[in-house]
Write a protein that binds this ligand. Structure first.
Ligand code: S3P
Length: 169
């Protein structure tokens, strides 16, 4: 099986995903990073040069490939669950976990850096913007089989929580 982490930008999917993978001795993939390596462009450059729709196509292509792997942890981009096709790939043999954080926590984390590399927040980082994105996405995130709240937790604590919940016995 695989573990697929979904959730908002700044929810810690990559940091926490890496920790879970280390604990399980599984492979770790960050879908944004896979896209960047393959395209030899950053996510921000892809958005600027080709637009969001083109980025979503690349994302779906990468997720469809990763879904065929076994025993890996996949951190997805925050918008991936809004694309219906991606659920086919998440759902095949994965535990899908929504890493849920409050807008305040997300804002705090994103303010520490990382907003610049995220085209949807570049020049627009505010609690209102986060709330607006969250409002549009919550119904997709709610489809996850597991929900893990990470407010007030260190990444390792969140990883341990997920491990207890979904790791194969
Ligand atoms: C996006 C989230 C980003 C990245 C892209 C779009 C989104 O990934 O895929 O900037 O639509 O929420 P992270 O969630 O890893 O920041």
């Amino acid at each position: 099986m695989n573990i697929v982490l979904i959730g908002m930008m700044g929810s810690g999917k990559s940091t926490v995903g890496r920790l879970i993978a280390a604990k399980l001795k599984w492979k770790f993939y960050d879908s944004d990073k896979v896209i960047e390596d393959e395209q030899k462009m950053t996510v921000a450059e892809i958005f600027a040069a080709k637009g969001e729709a083109a980025f979503r196509e690349l994302e779906t292509r990468v997720l469809s490939r990763l879904a065929r792997e076994a025993d890996c942890v996949i951190a997805t981009g925050g918008g991936a669950p809004t694309v219906e096709t991606n659920w086919k790939f998440f759902g095949e043999k994965s535990a899908v976990v929504w890493l849920k954080s409050s807008p305040e926590t997300l804002l705090r984390r994103l303010e520490r850096g990382g907003a610049q590399s995220r085209p949807l927040l570049k020049d627009a980082l505010s609690k209102e913007k986060i709330l607006e994105i969250l409002k549009n996405r919550e119904r997709f995130y709610q489809r996850a089989g597991f929900v893990v709240e990470s407010d007030g937790l260190e990444p390792q604590e969140t990883a341990d929580k997920i491990f207890r919940l979904v790791a194969p016995k």
